[in-house]
Design a binder for this molecule. Structure first.
Ligand SMILES: [Zn+2]
Length: 343
């Protein structure tokens, strides 16, 4: 079975799905609606603003695509409709998947779209009146599509390292604990700039520690925009998986520790190709996934953000195969990781 084990909900809204929801909810936002023509845009027109045209070391090019799609997060009903379509499309593309849900950023976006700001919403109201209905909507959309397709679908809660407000994250964590049964684990994600591009803010570490008794399976994006030290720091937290982690290839000691501790790297070839062109060239490995396998590191495959990256999970499988990845070993590692996620 080929499960997509690194895929983000916010990057899984296709032009087709966004236009379906824009029409259903009459969203005449300029991203979806051409006022001069008096009609909704075509899928091809929308794709030009949602899909990266070429590789870029500037992560803002990618982030701008994500921000565009968020214009459709106007109500709980619209978010639920988008989720149903995202899960249906992911089901067609895979034998099953784990989807990452950036609940804080979805809640912040809903508030921005409805009221213009989120910081003036008290933390408990932020969590109870906005984040909880979003989580319930995503989870019920998952249940509905999982039942209809028969394909297994796991949800992981993603917490961004941008960590805009400790009080709002704390309130969110208290609420999420009550929904732990709907989730498979926790993830840390997010793009930041500065000296440390993959920081783990103290406050965020405390939130993770509070949630881990309920959600022990922790993954962290590391060794993507930063070097192997970011992976070493992440390993100290007892993670089960690391998003990307390709910079582990800089350090034999890091590779050895990953292999010894049985931590899985979630590798996304097209994502790396598009977001890290210079870093990949410096690293000197044409297909990091194949090199990591040769170092005896457990690796699984992910599509990451299929819409901005213009890919599918099937395409990632093809890229891996053509890049010399040991597909039997990959399949065994996918099965191993999938078994860890069944609890
Ligand atoms: Zn990711």
């Amino acid at each position: 079975m080929w499960f997509d084990l690194h895929r983000h909900l916010e990057g899984s809204h296709s032009p087709r799905a966004l236009l379906t929801v824009a029409r259903a909810f009459d969203l005449r936002h300029p991203t979806f609606f051409d006022a001069a023509r008096g009609d909704f845009r075509t899928e091809a027109e929308l794709a030009t603003s949602l899909v990266m045209a070429a590789p870029s070391d500037d992560a803002n090019v990618f982030y701008a695509c994500i921000v565009k799609a968020r214009a459709a997060y106007v109500s709980i009903a619209a978010i639920r409709a988008l989720c149903v379509l995202a899960f249906e499309e992911a089901a067609q593309d895979t034998d099953g998947f784990e989807m990452r849900l950036s609940l804080f950023s979805m809640t912040r976006t809903l508030l921005e779209n409805q009221r213009g700001s989120w910081r003036d919403v008290p933390p408990v109201r932020f969590a109870e009146d906005f984040a909880r209905p979003i989580l319930t909507a995503v989870s019920s959309a998952r249940d509905e599509v999982q039942a209809a397709t028969g394909k297994p679908m796991l949800l992981r809660l993603g917490l961004s390292r941008t960590f805009e407000s400790a009080a709002h994250y704390d309130a969110l964590a208290d609420m999420v604990k009550e929904h732990a049964a709907a989730l498979v684990g926790l993830d840390v994600l997010g793009i930041v700039t500065g000296a440390d591009t993959e920081p783990l803010p103290e406050g965020l570490l405390r939130v993770l520690e509070r949630l881990r008794p309920a959600l022990p399976d922790l993954t962290i994006h590391a060794g993507e925009f930063a070097g192997h030290a970011s992976v070493d720091r992440t390993l100290a937290l007892g993670v089960r998986g690391i998003g990307h982690g390709i910079h582990s290839l800089q350090s034999p000691a890091t590779l050895e520790r990953l292999a010894r501790e049985g931590v899985t790297l979630e590798v996304c070839p097209s994502s790396n190709h598009l977001l890290l062109p210079s870093a990949l060239a410096r690293l000197g490995h044409a297909m990091p996934l194949a090199s990591l396998q040769r170092a005896h590191v457990h690796c699984v495959l992910g599509s990451d953000d299929p819409t901005p990256m213009g890919t599918t999970f099937q395409r990632e499988l093809q890229v891996a195969r053509e890049g010399g990845v040991d597909m039997a070993r990959l399949q065994a590692d996918v099965a191993r990781r999938w078994a860890q996620l069944q609890r």
